[in-house]
Design a protein around this ligand. Structure first.
Ligand code: ADP
Ligand code: MG
Length: 373
């Protein structure tokens, strides 16, 4: 921007033209008012330093841009990649258009020469900002893809490990529990010894359950595959979580309006939902209760599941660590819950978006595309 202002194109009809508003617009759109403020200062400081006529006009104009453009920032960030390129180009067009219009009023020119100039200025602005925006969007997409690939690598490693370990452990568990059951039925066993055997069996069952949970997140089992709109799983998991919610003073709100169907592993989806609910409730446990809202709807051939809590929330940094193996902030946490969530949603080709604010709460937004039978 500084270089643009120092070395502008000086035109015969007495005004100067440069691309200073391109960085200004881009920063204002992506970063909002706070980020563009330094640019606003630099722009005017530079302009005053350069001096010459048109200083006041430039100041007024940049103030207008500084006030107006960031207003659109929030909407802008919600657009998709292509939308943002088009929006930025449109705003550059408008900004330059306003600039030229005021100029023509102030200088009192509107002849052919000015028109050609205006046309060139407008197309240059729109062209340059489009190229820059396309590059920025490409970089952003690359960045996202890299994260996705890394995450899926991580999932693959963990689930392979989990699958092989749990498979190896399951056999000895089954054998041991078989022999203990025989011992339990033995005629010569004393009541004291029987108590020990019962306890051992109980613990073995627990170990087996943990192992099955791990195995279930390793690979889908064909007998569990269903093709449905998820109502059963959502109802079931909501009921499962109810007692846990009520002992922590959490109210559960539930709404379901979805007719789209997808193919999924019933156990895995149940486990996945329970993991998210549990995290939500645990986040509210520390603030003495709250509301867990579960909302399922359909939108453009996608099932949209929104799970919102009013718990402690997370910082941006914490959100970015979600789903990494063994990341947990809880004393007794395993840091495997979210990993399983990401792995399961990944298998049904869904995406998870997390919105969270420290002290306010967290929303998990899961979007799953419909699938064929
Ligand atoms: P665990 O629950 O065993 O700690 P998870 O993988 O389920 O492991 O979660 C990882 C971490 O993510 C949690 O320790 C917590 O810090 C954070 N987290 C997950 N969900 C939420 C939530 N709804 N609100 C706040 N923090 C959360
Ligand atoms: Mg958890």
């Amino acid at each position: 921007m500084i270089l643009c202002i120092i070395k502008p194109i000086k035109l015969d009809i007495g005004f100067i033209f440069d691309l200073r508003y391109i960085p200004f617009i881009i920063v204002a759109l992506f970063g909002g008012r706070k980020s563009v403020f330094p640019l606003y200062i630099i722009l005017n400081a530079c302009r005053f330093y350069v001096g010459g006529p048109g200083m006041l006009e430039s100041f007024l104009f940049s103030t207008g841009a500084f006030i107006l453009i960031p207003v659109y920032s929030k909407t802008f960030l919600k657009l998709d990649s292509r939308g943002r390129v088009v929006a930025a180009a449109a705003i550059a067009f408008l900004t330059m258009g306003c600039y030229l219009a005021t100029l023509s009023l102030i200088l009192g020119v509107s002849d052919r020469q000015f028109q050609t100039l205006a046309w060139n200025a407008l197309t240059t602005y729109v062209g340059v900002i489009s190229v820059i925006m396309i590059l920025i969007e490409k970089i952003l997409i690359n960045f996202k893809n890299r994260e996705r690939i890394l995450q899926s690598e991580r999932l693959k490693v963990v689930s392979q490990l989990a699958a092989s370990v749990s498979h190896e452990i399951r056999n000895p568990l089954t054998v041991t529990s078989g022999f203990l059951q025989m011992l339990q039925k033995s005629a010569t066993i004393t009541p004291e010894e029987k108590k020990f055997v019962d306890l051992s069996l109980q613990e073995l069952n627990r170990a087996e359950k943990i192992v099955s949970d791990y195995l279930s997140f390793a690979k889908p089992q064909s007998e569990n595959l269903v093709y449905s709109n998820m109502i059963d799983e959502l109802e079931y998991t909501k009921n499962v979580i109810m007692p846990y919610a009520s002992i922590h003073a959490v109210e559960v709100k539930f709404s379901f309006s979805n007719s789209l169907r997808i193919r999924y592993d019933r156990n895995q989806i149940q486990q996945c939902l329970i993991n998210i609910y549990k995290n939500g409730i645990e986040a509210m446990k520390e603030t003495g209760g709250g509301i867990l809202s579960i909302d399922v709807a359909e939108r453009k051939q996608h099932i949209v599941i929104s799970i919102r809590d009013t718990g402690i929330g997370m910082t941006k940094e914490e959100i970015s660590r979600l789903g990494k193996p063994y990341y947990s902030t809880k004393a007794e946490g395993t840091g495997l819950g979210m990993l399983m969530v990401y792995s399961t949603i990944d298998k049904v080709k869904g995406v998870i978006e997390v919105e969270s604010e420290k002290g306010i709460g967290t929303t998990f937004l899961i979007t799953i595309p419909v699938s064929d039978r």
